[in-house]
Ligand binder design. Structure first.
Ligand code: 5RP
Length: 226
């Protein structure tokens, strides 16, 4: 079955959920599987949980399945967030934002006591960089940010586009510029440079954020950040 790894990882993540928790709902196809399974469990066990979404689409999906999706600012803390990832290394650092939801995903992750990523084995990597790093930028002045990424950092940027070639906009009405970080050796240094550069809203490097990684393909692997 094509999605076996994603389904197995999403199923395994259910064991971390208990009654009265606040749960962060990730975005993307693996997180969507988890959201449906979570809703089924909440219904069948009559659990009381509140959820905080990481995107408009995860909010809509959670609500459609009957989950109690509340605003981030209405909760003091999130107990756990279960999210997918685009690429993850042995230190559980990763790249996110393939679905353009990285900004909300990082805000929710940072507000969470524990972050669990659910992936299939295709997402594992010895060195991050096979997946292009998404960077969310303000539309105003984005051409200047693009030039910085291109000429000063040498990251071969490309604007993310829709099928009709228009520029993709995020849930916050920003643009995404994808860059190639395969030749970058110090990801912490890159993260600092990016976040300090005016016009960059957030980037998809998630360093020291994931606490537990569930790799769904058999035999299922559960790894914890050292
Ligand atoms: C969205 C994300 C997703 O978590 C990531 O793209 C993984 O998605 P999928 O589970 O569909 O492979 O970061 O911005």
């Amino acid at each position: 079955m094509e999605d076996f790894g994603k389904v197995a990882a999403a199923t395994a993540a259910l064991r971390y959920v208990s009654n009265n928790m606040v749960i962060g709902l990730g975005s993307g196809s693996t997180a969507n599987i988890f959201i449906e399974k979570l809703a089924n469990r909440v219904k069948s066990e009559k659990m009381k949980i509140r959820c905080v979404a990481t995107s408009i689409s995860s909010k809509e999906l959670g609500t459609k399945y009957g989950l109690n999706v509340v605003e981030l600012d209405s909760v003091d803390t999130i107990d756990i967030t279960i999210d997918g990832a685009d690429e993850v290394d042995d230190d559980l650092n990763g790249i996110k934002g393939g679905g353009a939801a990285l900004f909300y995903e990082k805000i929710v992750a940072k507000a969470s006591d524990k972050n669990i990523w659910i992936v299939d084995s295709s997402k594992q990597s010895a060195k991050l960089g096979s997946f292009k790093l998404p960077i969310e930028v303000l539309p105003i002045g984005s051409a200047h940010v693009y030039r910085y990424l291109d000429t000063e950092l040498g990251l071969h940027p490309t604007y993310r586009k829709n099928k009709d070639e228009s520029l993709l906009t995020t849930d916050s009405n920003n643009f995404i510029i994808d860059v190639d970080i395969s030749n970058v050796s110090d990801l912490y240094d890159l993260s600092n440079k990016l976040i300090k550069h005016v016009g960059i809203v957030e980037h998809g490097l998630f360093l020291d954020i994931c606490d537990t990684l569930i790799v769904g393909d058999a035999p299922i692997q559960i790894k914890h950040r050292k």
